[in-house]
Design a protein around this ligand. Structure first.
Ligand SMILES: [Ca+2]
Length: 452
């Protein structure tokens, strides 16, 4: 105990991918995409097989990660984006993980995609507890404007400066900044590096080496697979850097994704979620169950596979437990648990209840029912009036293909009662007004202020 008390607080490197599918990594069963560094990380980590985001799209899922609270508290129901007609932002009143760590003496850096609202209308990451910002505010690199987004030579914003074009692929650019942060901060007190990679979200660009790595696949598949392999390369560089700096043994590394894979009708998106049903924008498992690796040598079991029913809501309390950071005021978290204690004990958390909601339609993609509840092996879906009900037994039917609501009335009614209780706590709120915003010209964008 004395040694533990003297150990410096753990650093935190949190790597969040964008739209990375449940089955996109070798360590999650993909037999094509090469991810040797992530497979090694998995062998040194506890690997979760049943980890869920709170939403099948970016902004709500990221909100839950950074606040430990359901996104419904902030009225966030969909991805923020000027061209999706509705705007969402994380208000300054939210207490973020970065704020708590900052208050406990951590240097806090955000690198990569933010997507919690675009300044100046939304709070800047500096107002959400970060000391350092390098990335893009919208859903895609460059500005939030889809027309100008690109993954090669992307524009990035540093602090409150205007965006600047950086040479190279967006993953390389973001990884380089992450390495620079580690170089600058290692040995100077604890740090929190929040690396939210844009990849493998669109826009994807064909990459130089893809045909060599994946010779027998279509151009679209090659592009997507190489994009994931490049994420793997970036993670390998970061792990090596932690070792070189002598801080790997005292750094919590988390690797996950914000939601399931994009529909294959989108350009180069070829993500996989097998054996799960569904994808991004759907509440079937493929939209919300994602890879989750957690490494903290000496405190997290290496090589363990955890089947715990885990959630993005758990990240906040897990990081607090790993770092010993204490919030200034009592936090009002939404049922998240410390996964280090859980993973180490091997508990399955079968009695906890997780809730999911996604009410928007995506063009060309089927919709699941809009609200769902998960408890142990069971998952129940409902529509907003609770007239349509589906119940799936995930232990027997991981592909959610057989609705057993009629065969399991007791389970159905118990979960329906829980779902109604949650709905009462987080009432159905109207979506923000739809806006049609004209895409500005590049000249107009160049004049756009990035700070007040
Ligand atoms: Ca996403």
């Amino acid at each position: 105990m004395a040694a533990a008390a003297q150990a410096p607080p753990a650093n935190v490197v949190l790597i969040l991918c964008d739209d990375l599918g449940y089955a996109d990594l070798g360590c999650y069963g993909n037999r094509t995409i090469q991810t040797p560094n992530l497979d090694r990380l998995a062998a040194e980590s506890t690997r979760f097989t049943d980890f869920h985001t709170t939403s099948p799209v970016c902004t709500p899922s990221r909100t839950a990660l950074i606040t430990g609270q359901y996104q419904q508290r902030f009225g966030i129901h969909h991805a923020d984006g000027p061209e999706t007609t509705r705007r969402y932002m994380l208000p300054e009143s939210a207490i973020t993980l970065a704020e708590v760590l900052h208050d406990n003496g951590y240097y806090t850096a955000h690198v990569g995609k933010w997507h919690l609202g675009e300044p100046p209308k939304a709070p800047h990451p500096f107002d959400q507890g970060f000391d350092h910002f390098f990335g893009h505010f919208g859903g895609r690199p460059s500005s939030g404007w889809i027309r100008y987004a690109r993954s090669m030579n992307p524009e990035m914003v540093r602090g409150k400066e205007r965006p600047v074009v950086h040479q190279g692929h967006v993953t390389e650019v973001q990884a380089k900044e992450a390495l620079d942060v580690i170089d600058a901060r290692a040995g100077r007190g604890p740090f929190f590096l929040n690396l939210w990679l844009n990849a493998p979200h669109e826009p994807l660009s064909p990459l130089d080496n893809q045909a060599k790595t994946y010779p027998h696949w279509s151009k679209e598949e090659q592009t997507y697979f190489q994009t994931v392999t490049d994420i793997d390369h970036a993670v390998g560089q970061i792990l090596t850097k932690l070792e070189e700096k002598g801080i790997a043994s005292n750094t919590l590394v988390i690797f996950t994704s914000d939601n399931g894979p994009e529909a294959h009708s989108f350009a180069y998106s070829r993500g996989a979620a097998f054996p799960l049903r569904g994808m991004k924008t759907q509440l079937w498992e493929g939209g919300i169950r994602v890879p989750f690796l957690m490494r903290l040598p000496a405190r997290v079991s290496a090589g363990r596979v955890s089947h715990a029913v885990a959630s993005m809501l758990d990240v906040f309390p897990t990081v607090l437990a790993a770092t010993g950071a204490k919030p200034k005021t009592k936090l009002d978290l939404d049922g998240g648990v410390d996964l280090i204690a859980t993973a180490t004990r091997g508990a399955k958390l079968e009695n906890r209840t997780l809730f999911f909601e996604f009410r928007s339609q995506q063009r060309g993609v089927a919709s699941s029912l809009p609200i769902a509840v998960r408890k142990g092996r069971w998952k129940l879906f409902a529509n907003e009036s609770f007239e349509k009900i589906e119940l799936y037994d995930l232990d027997a039917d991981i592909g959610e293909s057989r609705n057993v609501a009629a065969q399991q009335p007791a389970v159905r009614d118990a979960l329906l009662t829980e779902l109604k209780g949650w709905r009462k706590r987080f009432p159905l709120t109207p979506l923000p007004p739809a806006q049609r915003v004209e895409t500005p010209s590049l000249e107009e964008l160049a004049k756009r202020p990035y700070h007040d």
